[in-house]
Ligand binder design. Structure first.
Ligand code: NAD
Length: 473
């Protein structure tokens, strides 16, 4: 079967990155055979079904178009590795649960086991592409594992090719990336492997956007990019606190600041704080790297980005409690949005989770609606199976106090307040008069994403509290 294809690729890890990235390769290069593999059988079954394991606009069509032709999802990792010339490693790289010494390092156990498996089963030389976000110098550890565990005579050229897609816009980001980074060792073999991968991307990405560089620069660039994006959010959020205290308006301040072409207007939206699986993890990664190299002041600088994010989440909770006459106990609160951002069903590190956990702790009744997050996922995030020793008690409490709804109208019925946690477009277009009529009075709106028209809501009769703005008319 492989004979009809020019190249065969195996992607280890069928997640938010591996799935979309390699589906696009299959769609853009019909002469490339793509295997996307995972150790998680359920995830692979979902990739092979009509209901994919992740929601990403445009992804379904691409997968349906290529699946069974040159795109295959399988748990047969060994066979896929052996048939392939290029191996993408796109496994998860979470933060360790506890830290010693320099702090919270990235947990590279999945990278290590994928690399060991590759070394043990490979029967021919491979190009190995580090797609996961990893600490600088990880390629060196991968090389050591590959060289000491593989058949003699095999070559493994390791490239760093970090992924910059954002969930919710992954397909657009992959089709029209700002840049594609390919880092390699500056040896003739390294450069040859780099050129092979560059040729693959050049099938749909303009050559001038494909940037080649040394391996360590490429690894560090990914951490740097995420840290600077998160830093912008924390900067604007720190300013939002000042706005609430002074009467300045964060939207106006961000607009004015963003008009400076040296600064630019993107990523200057105040919010309840950033979430997602990447920003916090990658900053902790950077902090760990700095600390382990005795660059303590640099570590402190990046640590502040996370401190402000936590501060922002806490401030929002405090504002809700204060507005609701200093207690949320026995109040009924609707949460609109559970995903960490719009257009995704991903809930990792979502700001909604810490808010809801607080509300549960205070015995509030919580009514949740999110267009793309399933009830099962919401309870999983709130209960965190395996984390608490008193799991049954937690489960009982959550089940008693939390209800998941199928739409925003049902979620807001008879509630005291509604809180916008995710910036889903549909929340801006709800019939707020209808919602107001069915809520208890006084009815409160807390806009954690600055997406609602406060003037209109106040005219209806709501008390409106918006991040970065003072209350009132
Ligand atoms: P994910 O958790 O969605 O997917 C990772 C997958 O790897 C899981 O399905 C897991 O079962 C699988 N896996 C783990 N070990 C394996 C092994 N030995 N063999 C086969 N499969 C294995 O993670 P993700 O969100 O796709 O992130 C992957 C990497 O990409 C991370 O390093 C992340 O930081 C980075 N990244 C993520 C994003 C994003 O928006 N999610 C963006 C850019 C970069």
């Amino acid at each position: 079967m492989t004979n009809q294809f020019a190249t065969t690729i195996c992607c280890i890890g069928a997640g938010y990155v591996g799935g979309p990235t390699c589906s696009i390769i299959a769609d853009k290069c019909h002469d490339v055979l793509v295997y996307i593999v995972d150790i998680d059988q359920t995830r692979i079954d979902q990739w092979n079904s009509d209901k994919l394991p992740i929601y990403e606009p445009g992804l379904d069509d691409i997968v349906k178009r290529r699946r069974g032709l040159n795109l295959f999802f399988t748990t047969d990792v060994d066979t896929a590795i052996n048939k392939s010339d290029i191996i993408f490693v796109s496994v998860n790289t979470p933060t360790k649960k506890s830290g010693i010494g320099a702090g919270m390092a990235a947990d590279l156990k999945y990278i290590e086991s994928a690399t060991r498996r590759l070394a043990q089963v490979a029967q021919s030389s491979k190009i190995v592409v580090e797609k996961s976000t990893v600490p600088c110098k990880t390629a060196e550890s991968m090389r050591a594992i590959l060289e000491s565990n593989s058949k003699p005579g095999l070559r493994f050229d390791i490239l760093s090719n970090p992924e910059f897609l954002a969930e919710g816009t992954a397909i657009q980001d992959l089709l029209n990336p700002d840049r594609v980074l390919i880092g390699s060792l500056q040896t003739p073999e390294g450069k040859k492997a780099q050129a092979t991968l560059a040729d693959l991307y050049a099938r749909w990405v303009p050559r001038e956007k494909i940037i080649t560089m040394n391996l360590w620069s490429s690894e560090l660039s990914k951490l740097a990019a995420n840290a600077m994006l998160a830093q912008r959010i924390s900067s604007v959020n720190a300013l939002s606190a000042l706005c609430e205290a002074t009467g300045a308006d964060i939207d106006e301040v961000a607009y004015a600041v963003g008009k400076d072409t040296r600064i630019g207007s993107k990523f200057l939206k105040a919010s309840v704080g950033f979430g997602g699986s990447c920003f916090q993890k990658d900053i902790l990664n950077l902090v760990y790297l700095c600390e382990s190299l005795n660059l303590h002041e640099a570590a402190d600088y990046w640590r502040q980005v996370i401190t402000i994010n936590e501060y922002q989440k806490k401030r929002f909770i405090q504002r809700i409690v204060k507005s609701l006459f200093n207690t949320v106990t026995n109040k009924s609160i609707a949460i609109l949005g559970f995903a960490f951002k719009k257009n995704t069903g991903d809930t990792r590190e979502s700001a909604a989770i810490s808010l809801i956990k607080y509300l549960i702790e205070e015995q509030a009744q919580v009514h949740i609606y999110d267009p793309k997050v399933e009830e099962e996922q919401i309870f999983f995030d709130l209960i965190e199976p395996g984390v608490y020793s008193n799991e049954n008690q937690v489960l009982h409490k959550v089940k008693k106090l939390v209800k998941v709804h199928k739409d925003a109208y049902s979620a807001t019925l008879n509630t005291d307040a509604l809180v916008v946690c995710t910036e889903w477009d549909e929340f801006t277009n709800l019939d707020y008069q209808k919602i107001y009529n069915q809520m208890r009075k006084p009815a409160f709106v807390f806009d954690g994403r600055l997406i609602l028209n406060s003037d209109k809501l106040r005219k209806i009769g709501f008390n409106v509290e918006v991040i970065g703005k003072v209350a009132g008319p």
